[in-house]
Design a protein around this ligand. Sequence first.
Ligand SMILES: Cc1ncc(COP(=O)(O)O)c(C=O)c1O
Length: 427
Amino acid sequence: MTKDNPGFNTLAIHAGAQPDPTTGARATPIYQTTSFVFNDTDHAAALFGLQQFGNIYTRIMNPTQAVLEERIAALEGGTAALAVASGHAAQLLVFHTIMSPGDNFVAANRLYGGSVNQFGHAFKSFDWQVRWADPSDPASFEAKIDRRTKAIFIESLANPGGTFVDIAAIAEIARRHELPLIVDNTMATPYLLRPLEHGADIVVHSLTKFIGGHGNSMGGVIVDGGTFDWSKSGKYPMLSEPRPEYAGVVLHQTFGNIAFAIAARVLGLRDFGPAISPFNAFMLVTGAETLPLRMQRHCDNALAVATWLKTHDKVSWVSYAGLEDDPNHVLQQRYSPKGAGAVFTFGLKGGYEAGKRFVEGLEMFSHLANIGDTRSLVIHPASTTHRQLTPEQQVAAGAGPDVVRLSVGIEDVSDIIADLEQSLAKL
Ligand SMILES: Cc1ncc(COP(=O)(O)O)c(C=O)c1O
């Protein structure tokens, strides 16, 4: 790239990638190997001791993964990134890097149901506690902070509700309490919104969704904003104290503004092992190249579908921040003026039973538990993704009994609407 600051479309195609130096291959090769030959014993020792960067073993690092990492870091405006096997693995490694037993973090109660489960149940085994706050009320986060609080976690655009969050207001609270703000940017993607520009410190993604974009590969990523001082408060010993397994290296001191990404790799990924396969990394790199084109079409189609649904007599409400009269529209205009994303919910007058029948009546939409595919997708959260939550948690998460969630694809919008219309007609 010749310019110092290439545009987003250019970065989506080129960041992190060069023609293969050995073969000249132009597309990123799939380095399908478990391990890498050392030049000599000194080289091996330097790699193991963190004195030199380089490939050792694909559980820790691999050149195909490295292209994906550099690309996403560039798109988000971060200093470094770590690609892992899934979005959930990314979240696990983020919290492992900052939490000790007995610590807590404050999270928005409007999150993907799997994250509500991970935080509320699985994390209990580590004695990490989550405290829920209301993302539409930034002050509610502050009320939950105490001396054992280690971070604040939000989704920039919440799944399944499709609502935007005032990231800057929550970032301000995090900064005042010297806590990192972690933002899951899966639903918005950096094409629509870059949380680091609004005060976030760490960004995580399920790459499985819009960045991969074709519903064929799992992946997750942690982006280090390079913004947080991990040494100041003494609350993040994994980064600020000598590491016995690396001969006393202090990660923050040694690696500065990429220390978080390094710690998540050499202490989290290395020891827990949720590595992304080189093949999946290749698929996700390829997907990322068309992210801007796809994301704009997703948003345009979703707005047309939401506008149409709003006028339908079997639909009681539509929650899509792109609609001018939506209560979330002002935040959407401020944070994501190019569009409101592809995922949104609406309510059927017939409630729970109508929700199930409507999903069954669709022909082109696929009924499945994913978002961010080229194809249009549908799910009835109360009977599927959110069924393990209590009724109160379901409503708080925007997944009550009458709610249908759409992930609007990039097919012709007239065909998408025709499919919805024929299924609604059968109710
Ligand atoms: C917003 C959000 N975050 C995280 C995840 C978890 O990602 P993965 O399924 O890749 O583990 C999902 C999955 O649907 C999601 O929608």
